[in-house]
Design a binder for this molecule. Structure first.
Ligand code: F6P
Length: 502
């Protein structure tokens, strides 16, 4: 393969040139490094999820400050008196500034409005959103608190603020009102629903007003941009210029563009080839008795949007339809528990256990089970080893903005082998067309797709994996960030600045 268009080094040069004297600030709910305190010992870990996976490598290259909620038990011990810490802890390259939220604030803002309201609103998973006025009030309060912290960090200097995700939809407007010279951009990491769905939110207009405080607003795919622009036109009566992807609200334009997010292809590919990952894979194969098995893999946050019960049902159906594979094909489902304070997530955990029990009791033998469920926060080296070992990886989301697990699997297959089974309801499906695409609701088709992956001849696996790797290698995370930066610094209100070529 040739050299990818965008590398860490090229991005660093671009950001230095584009940012110039502007201070770069990333803001998100979730922090990239969480500190824990176990038996008086301070440790740290990177949380699961797209924001950390995508943004941390960029910040490591570009420097600046990342402002996030300090949710770790050991965070207060790790920070200095200004609530800042240099990260990554092993080799610091940027500043992390933590914002403290009370239990009451977290309940209303994070569990409540963000994850019981906006999350189900934006994902077609048939979970009814809950909209409580008290949660909304708390969401507004916490967005104001983030604005205060960001403005304190900016301290009147020229700054570009890059906000992440749905927890902070009101922040850009607050920043613009405080200082119209701040450059504001936001990436919405989840889908944006159709107008018919979005308008059920009682505060639809305020959310749109907040987001239209951005100079640039990014989504993974064009459909989400179109949905957003339709909502702005129909809810707020904003002027939308489809041909330029511009929305005018309160006289100011917001550029709405698609930026399909990605992963650090090269970093993951190299990690997968490391002796540590090879040794871990060898030891896992031995410990788990996988020597002569065909291995399927799922890695997810345990979330109802990921289609985990659907996947387990399909694997059971596969063993039923193709009994010659009983005892020969195993499925490893790794996952980290998530948002467990919310009823829908507790229900999901029960559903997963029930589906597992059905398949494992029917097709298991003695203490051997065809599905190995590991709902733990596994170390990165173990996840990398699983990706390297797996003959096929399943991503069966019912709805997903992008899904980086799919791209991580492809990036880790330096051996150019392995099959990706992918839901068409992920953003990734529009790029990874060499995957085996299957509807997770169609259990029989899904079972056949697993059989197709198991039986696919090497030449075809190789050809399809090479195709997918070249897509992820080219559209890597640095490409994503470079396109975003250029649009952020040169787009819309900034267009009066001379356009520089790169
Ligand atoms: O990908 C969507 C997202 O909300 C990310 O913002 C986040 O990193 C991930 O899901 C994990 O969610 P949470 O931060 O609630 O654990």
């Amino acid at each position: 393969m040739g050299e990818p268009t965008w590398t860490r080094e090229k991005l660093q040069l671009l950001v230095q040139r584009e940012i110039g004297d502007y201070k770069l600030i990333v803001v998100s709910n979730r922090q990239p490094y969480v500190h824990d305190l176990i038996g008086g010992e301070l440790s740290y870990a990177s949380p699961a999820g797209g924001v950390t996976t995508a943004i941390d490598p960029l910040m490591q290259e570009c420097g600046g400050t990342w402002v996030a909620f300090g949710g770790g038990r050991g965070d207060w011990l790790a920070v200095d008196e200004t609530n800042r810490i240099q990260v990554p802890p092993d080799d610091p390259s940027y500043t992390l500034k933590l914002v403290w939220l009370s239990e009451h604030q977290q309940q209303g803002y994070y569990y409540g409005f963000s994850n019981e309201g906006l999350w189900p609103l934006c994902h077609n998973a048939f979970i009814e959103p809950t909209f409580k006025t008290s949660d909304w009030e708390m969401y507004r309060e916490v967005n104001r608190e983030f604005a205060t912290q960001v403005l304190d960090e900016i301290d009147g200097r020229p700054a570009a603020v890059f906000t992440q995700d749905y927890h902070l939809a009101l922040l850009p407007r607050l920043l613009r009102e405080a200082d119209p010279d701040i450059i504001t951009g936001q990436f919405w990491h989840i889908p944006w629903p159709t107008y018919e769905i979005f308008r059920i939110c009682p505060w639809a207009d305020e959310l749109l007003d907040g987001l239209l405080g951005n100079d640039l607003l990014g989504f993974h795919i064009g459909d989400h941009c179109d949905n957003f622009m339709e909502a702005a036109a129909r809810v707020l009566g904003s002027q939308v210029h489809d041909e330029y992807n511009l929305v005018y609200h309160k006289e100011d334009p917001t550029l709405v563009r698609q930026f399909p997010i990605s992963v650090d292809f090269e970093g993951i590919s190299l990690e997968s080839q490391s002796p540590e990952v090879a040794a871990e894979a060898e030891s896992l194969i031995e410990k788990m008795g996988l020597e002569d098995k065909i291995i399927g893999l799922g890695i997810d946050r345990i979330d109802y949007t990921k289609g985990i019960p659907h996947r387990i049902r399909a694997f059971g159906r596969f063993l039923e339809k193709y009994p010659q594979y009983i005892g020969k094909v195993v499925f490893i489902q790794a996952g980290v528990m998530s948002r467990t304070d919310i009823g829908a997530y507790q229900l999901l955990a029960e559903q997963v256990d029930e589906e597992l029990e059905k398949v494992n009791s029917r097709f298991g033998m003695g203490d051997w089970a065809p599905i190995m469920y590991l709902p733990d926060d596994l170390p990165a080296v173990t996840l990398a080893a699983f990706r390297r070992m797996a003959h096929f990886c399943v991503v069966s989301s019912l709805h997903d903005g992008m899904n980086l697990v799919a791209k991580e699997y492809v990036a880790s297959r330096f051996d150019e082998d392995g099959v990706l089974i992918l839901s068409p309801f992920t953003g990734a499906a529009s790029e990874l067309t060499d995957a085996v695409i299957v509807n997770p609701y169609a259990t029989d088709d899904f079972a056949d797709a697993i059989c197709e992956a198991v039986e696919m001849p090497y030449e075809m696996r190789h050809e399809r994996m090479v195709g997918m790797r070249s897509v992820v290698e080219e559209n890597n995370i640095y490409n994503w960030a470079a396109r975003l930066f250029v649009d952020l610094m040169q787009g819309t209100r900034r267009s009066r600045r001379p356009i520089r070529s790169f």
